[in-house]
Every structure is written in C-alpha cells, then in structure tokens.
Design a protein around this ligand. Structure first.
Ligand code: NAP
Length: 252
C-alpha cells in the first residue's frame, strides 16, 4: 500500500455507510488506500471490524461505527463523534441499502417501510447530520448510491425503485441548496453489480438481466467505486446534481 501521505485524498475524512461488504467495502478500502481517514458505518459489527482491522493493518486510517442509517439519532451520533475527533467531514457516501422484493399484489407494508427507511430516509438522515459541518467548513462532497432500477423500474421492486428514484430527487434538491457553499451532491446509479445483494437472485433472473446489458457482463464493486472516487476528486469540483450511470449500457 502507498504511504497515506501520497494519496490524492490525504488528510480528508470520509464517512461510508454500508461499508462492511460489497460496494461500500470497496469504496472504503480504496479511499483508505488513497490516504483518507475512513469512517465505516454498518449494522454488521463483526464484518465491519474485520474491514477496519485490515485497512489499519495495511497502513490506512479507519474507524468503525455500528449504526442503523434509518435512525436519525444514530446518524447524528456518528457525525458528532467524527467531528469531535477529526473536526471535519469531507466526504459522505450514502451506500447502505436493502431489497425486499415482491410484486405489489403481495408486497407487505412492512417491506415497503423497511426499504424506504434504509434506502431513502437513511440518505436524509446522514445528509441532515453532516450538512451543517460541511456548510461551516465551506466544502464537502456527498455521493448517494441510487440504482438503475430507480431510473427504469423493475417488476417486483416497486419499493426499491421508489426509494432509489427518491434518492435522485433528493440529491438534485440538496445540490441546489448547498451549491454556493462549496458542497457538491451527486448520485452514482449502478446497474447489475456482483455482490451479496445480487448473488441471491435466482439463475433465470440473472440470465434475464444479462440479456439487458449491451456489454454482456455484470459489473464489479470496483467499477462503481471508480465513479464514486472520481466524484470525490478535485477534478470533479464543478459537477453537482448529476447521476453517473455505471451499468454496462443497460440504461442510457
Ligand atoms: P450489500 O452487499 O447488501 O451491502 C450493503 C451493506 O449495507 C450490508 O452490509 C448491509 O447489512 C448494510 N446495511 C443494510 N441496512 C443497513 C442499515 N439500516 N444501516 C447500516 N447499514 C445497513 O449491497 P451492495 O450490493 O454492496 O449495495 C450497496 C448499494 O448499492 C446499495 O444502496 C444498493 O441498493 C446499491 N446498488 C446495488 C446494486 C447491485 O447490483 N449490487 C445495483 C444498484 C444499486 P445487511 O447485510 O445486514 O443488510
């Protein structure tokens, strides 16, 4: 691993939610490799601690916070602790997300509520808890992980599609609110990415997805992390309110 002081994010403080596995884990590892102190947030305590340990053992800076993003008080606790220790929040990556798939006819109210609470209210909670610090420091980068499903819909995912489309609307509204404070707010919308979330889908569903992808391959968490790190970089300082699709051409 490169020395922390050599990375392009050296000295920055990043919060990554859903960081114990999948896309969030890769984003967190890459940020640490590029010099950022990384605040790992997840509900999975054991996995979270092992990601933190591996980052620290290889010379990076990381801390773990067991917190449920769907609760504003938990988001506030995490952000308050980060500011108390580091005095700043440079990057917020709202990545934690869940699916509870079912056709609307059978979709239970609790599955609607759970998906909206994590995927949409979780984004509100962490933005709300971090934004004052970013406004005071006159800088900050927020990247919210949406989904191709929020743009094109998907049968069996009315709850998930609504939450991810909601994230895009939220992102654009907040981007307008804070643009003159040196803060950018953007979305990355992944297509089909190989993680635990997609691994559990039935084979025939995977095959049907592959048919929809012009590049004829599924994406990796690294493909998504590359777009997120670009939006956090100095080169992206004039980009706000945008959605970057990382989907192999599945939706254009
Ligand atoms: P993943 O492997 O399931 O990882 C998500 C992590 O977030 C898990 O560790 C999960 O814990 C955690 N989490 C769930 N609810 C939480 C909560 N309330 N508070 C804190 N952490 C929580 O998912 P992924 O595939 O990496 O997806 C990451 C993001 O990308 C999600 O927002 C997802 O919707 C989005 N996305 C993924 C794909 C894809 O194809 N994989 C496509 C488009 C968008 P549990 O394991 O306990 O749930």
């Amino acid at each position: 691993m490169a020395l922390k002081s050599e990375g392009r994010f050296y000295g920055r403080v990043s919060i990554v939610t859903g960081a114990s596995q999948g896309i969030g884990e890769v984003i967190a590892r890459q940020l640490a490799r590029e010099g950022s102190a990384v605040m790992l947030v997840d509900v999975q305590e054991e996995k979270l601690n092992s990601v933190r340990k591996e980052i620290v053992d290889s010379g990076g800076q990381a801390q773990s916070f067991v917190a449920d993003v769907s609760l504003l008080a938990e988001a506030q606790r995490v952000c308050d602790e980060v500011v108390a220790q580091f005095g700043r929040i440079d990057h917020l990556i709202n990545n934690a997300g869940i699916t509870r798939d079912s056709l609307l006819l059978r979709l239970k109210e609790e599955d609607w509520d759970a998906v909206l609470a994590v995927n949409l209210k979780g984004v509100f909670n962490f933005c709300k808890a971090a934004i004052r610090t970013m406004i005071n420091q006159r800088s900050g980068r927020i990247v919210n992980i949406s989904s191709v499903v929020g743009l094109m819909g998907n049968a069996g995912q009315t709850n998930y599609a609504a939450s991810k489309a909601g994230v895009i609307g939220f992102t654009k509204a907040l981007a307008r609110e804070v643009a003159n404070r040196g803060i950018t707010v953007n979305c990355v919308a992944p297509g089909y990415i190989m993680t635990a979330m997609t691994e559990r889908l039935p084979e025939e569903v995977k095959k049907a997805f592959l048919e929809l992808i012009p590049m004829k391959r599924f994406g990796s968490p690294e493909d998504v992390a590359a777009a997120v790190l670009f939006l956090l970089s100095d080169e992206a300082s004039y980009i706000t309110g945008q959605v970057i699709n990382v989907n192999g051409g599945m939706y254009m």
